[in-house]
Design a binder for this molecule. Structure first.
Ligand SMILES: Cc1cc2nc3c(=O)[nH]c(=O)nc-3n(C[C@H](O)[C@H](O)[C@H](O)COP(=O)(O)OP(=O)(O)OC[C@H]3O[C@@H](n4cnc5c(N)ncnc54)[C@H](O)[C@@H]3O)c2cc1C
Length: 345
C-alpha cells in the first residue's frame, strides 16, 4: 500500500494542473490514469486540433497543451500510474481513503481529487473465442511501445490509430488489417497511404470480422476471420492488435456513493469538495451552478480544491496565498533556488 497526502484520479488537463496547484502548497501527488498516457480528451480526441481559449496561449494543439502542462508540473515530480483504472474508494476507520485500481494498486490517502472528465477512456474490445487463454503480450488494445518485433501482426480497426499502426508496422512485419468493409474512418491522407501499401502488396486487407483465436500453451498462433462471403478462414499471426477506438466509461465514479446530478459529481464551488470529506472533484466530472465544461474552468477549480485540501491535511490551518513572481518559498518549491528552509514560515 502506498501512503500519500493526495491522489488524483485522471490525468487530463484538470488532473495535471491539480498536481501543480498542490505542488505550490508543498503537497506531492500520485496520479492514476486508465490510459497509458496523460492528456485526457486533449490527447485522445483532438491531439492535432487547435485550441484558442487558453489564457496567454493564443493557439496550441491538444498535444502541445499536454506537453506544456507536463513541463510545468515537472518540478513537483508527480508519480504517474498509467494503465490503471481506479475501481474503489473506501473510507477507513482512521478517516483516510483507501483507493484501489483494477491493476491491483492500493493507496491510503488523506485527500482524493477526482478529475475523471467524461469517464475513463477504456478501449473497445471484442469477445473472441479462446482469447481468455492467451498469455499476456499477444493481444493489445494500444500499439505497444516498443512496437512488437514479431514477423506477423494482425490489426482489427478502421480508425486513425489502426491504419497508422498498419503503415508503421508494415516496414518490419507482415501486416494484415481486418475491418468489416473497405471503408475507413481515418484521416484522408492516412487512408490513401494505407490503400497505396495494400495495392503494393505490403499490407493485406481482409473485409471481415474476427471470431476467435488459436493458441498453443497460451501463445497466439492464428486468428479466425469470418469474411464478407460468410467463410471462416484462419490467418497466422503472433500478435493481435484490437485498435477499435476508446469509449469513455464513467463506470466506477458513479459507484463511490458520492452525491451526483445527471452523472456529474456535485461540488461546493468555494472548495470543489464533493459530498464526502477529503474527496474533491475538478474539471468536466463535476457540476455546480453555472458550470462550464472548459479547460480554463477546470484550471480555476484546481486552485480552490488544493487550498481546501491543504487546510484539511494541515488540521485546519489555511495556507497563505503567495505569488510565484515574488515568493522565495515558491521559488524553492519550483526548484529555482536550492533550499526552501530559510523561506518556509
Ligand atoms: C473535440 C473537442 C474539442 C474541445 N475543444 C476545447 C477547447 O477549445 N477549449 C476548451 O476549453 N475545452 C475544449 N474541449 C473540452 C475539454 O477537452 C475538456 O473540458 C477537458 O478535457 C476536461 O478536462 P478533464 O481533465 O476534466 O477531463 P478529461 O480530459 O476527460 O480527462 C479525464 C481523464 O481521467 C481518466 N479517468 C476517468 N475515470 C478514471 C478512473 N476511474 N480511473 C483512472 N482514470 C480515469 C480518463 O481516462 C481521462 O484521461 C473540447 C472537447 C472536445 C471533445
Amino acid at each position: 500500500v502506498t501512503h500519500t497526502d493526495a491522489l488524483i484520479v485522471g490525468a487530463g488537463p484538470a488532473g495535471l494542473f491539480q498536481v501543480f496547484q498542490l505542488g505550490l502548497l508543498d503537497i506531492r501527488a500520485h496520479v492514476v490514469e486508465a490510459l497509458p498516457y496523460a492528456g485526457g480528451q486533449c490527447a485522445e480526441l483532438y491531439a492535432d486540433k487547435p485550441i484558442y481559449d487558453i489564457p496567454g496561449i493564443p493557439v496550441c494543439s491538444g498535444r502541445e497543451l499536454v506537453e506544456r502542462l507536463h513541463t510545468q508540473i515537472a518540478p513537483f515530480t508527480p508519480s504517474f500510474h498509467f494503465g490503471q483504472l481506479v475501481s474503489h474508494i473506501q473510507r477507513q476507520p482512521d478517516g483516510r481513503l483507501l483507493v484501489q485500481t483494477t491493476g491491483g494498486l492500493e493507496f491510503l490517502c488523506r485527500t482524493v481529487f477526482i478529475a475523471a472528465g467524461v469517464g475513463a477512456f477504456v478501449p473497445r474490445t471484442l469477445k473472441l473465442e479462446g482469447a481468455d487463454q492467451l498469455l499476456p503480450g499477444y493481444l493489445h488494445h494500444h500499439l505497444p511501445d516498443p512496437a512488437p518485433a514479431s514477423p506477423e501482426v494482425l490489426i482489427a480497426g478502421d480508425n486513425e490509430q489502426a491504419l497508422q499502426a498498419a503503415i508503421q508496422l508494415s516496414a518490419t512485419a507482415k501486416v494484415t488489417l481486418v475491418h468489416r468493409r473497405d471503408q475507413f474512418s481515418a484521416e484522408a491522407d492516412t487512408t490513401s497511404a494505407f490503400r497505396a501499401l495494400v495495392a503494393q502488396g505490403k499490407i493485406r486487407f481482409i473485409a471481415g470480422q474476427l471470431t476467435g483465436v488459436t493458441h498453443e500453451a497460451g501463445a497466439l498462433k492464428a486468428v479466425q476471420v469470418l469474411d464478407s462471403e460468410g467463410n471462416t478462414r484462419s490467418v497466422d499471426t503472433q500478435q493481435l492488435l484490437l485498435l477499435l477506438g476508446l469509449s469513455p466509461k464513467l463506470g466506477p465514479v458513479a459507484d463511490w456513493g458520492l452525491a451526483m446530478e445527471r452523472r456529474q459529481l456535485q461540488v461546493a464551488p468555494e472548495s470543489f469538495a464533493t459530498s464526502e470529506p477529503g474527496i474533491f472533484a475538478v474539471g468536466d466530472v463535476n457540476t455546480y451552478p453555472g458550470k462550464k465544461k472548459l479547460i480554463l474552468c477546470g484550471f480555476h477549480e484546481t486552485v480552490l480544491a488544493a487550498f481546501a485540501a491543504a487546510t484539511l491535511i494541515r488540521d485546519g490551518k489555511t495556507p497563505l496565498l503567495q505569488y510565484t513572481t515574488t515568493s522565495t518559498h515558491l521559488h524553492a518549491l519550483l526548484g529555482l533556488t536550492k533550499t526552501s528552509a530559510d523561506s518556509k514560515s
